[in-house]
Design a protein around this ligand. Sequence first.
Ligand code: A2H
Length: 253
Amino acid sequence: EGVLPQDYTLIKMEVLPPFPLKFKALEGRKVFLAAATLRPETMYGQTNAWVLPGGKYGAFEVNGADVFILTERAALNLAYQGFSKTPKQPSCLVELTGYDLIGLPLKSPLSFHKVIYALPLLTILTDKGTGIVTSVPSDAPDDYMALWALKAKPAFREKYGVRDEWVVPFEIVPVINIPEFGDRAAEKVCLDLKIKSQNEKEKLAEAKRLTYLKGFTDGTMLVGEYAGMKVQEAKPLLRTKLIQTGEAVIYSE
Ligand code: A2H
């Protein structure tokens, strides 16, 4: 944990009915996987959500009829930030694991892929954000490598019960141009640094640093209502918009 609080945008990825049996108690509610991101301006390029298979999650009542699926730790933080039925008290409707979430169809704000799926990722940290991550392989090196691995390895898909149709059709969507790295910065940087797997932590950290920094300072939006605008300017505008439309909430930790 850093010294300064981190301000995330929680993207509300709606779970599409019909719900699985485990979700019986959630019938008739609006249920969302709540993904913590620092890059709300990239949401056009979402291809899937990531969940930790063995991770513990819960379905928590937030404001109104909304239910958020996230870690208990995040639910407690949210309850202190005004998002719970009873102030400062998370209320859990169903306890879940990541295995219960794999394969859920989701509708996520701004995404060009209209229905995307929750997929397994073993490097998710349970003490950061919500334990749910939205995947943008055009701009996030971690997401690029993880999606590549799932696409390339049928045995890995099989091990986690991932169907081909939740992964294979999902192409990378260009969202931002960075003069130095082109329209798919994450792919370019992973290739340049010769990253072979998600487990090359140091190289991935360098790839992340490069794409994150250059994306912010030199990036231009390629798509959406702010196409042509600098990322620096579009980012706060898109964040505010997602919050005003009720498609995202602010979360800090
Ligand atoms: B970012 P920081 Cl396009 N475990 O969102 C692992 N990673 C997590 C996480 C967790 N529990 N919670 C959030 N994250 C990811 C988009 C994105 C992100 C892009 C590019 C870079 C990037 C799409 N994935 O992050 O340690 C989320 O991925 C690189 C910094 O708080 C979140 O933003 O700095 C970011 O890590 C938060 O990481």
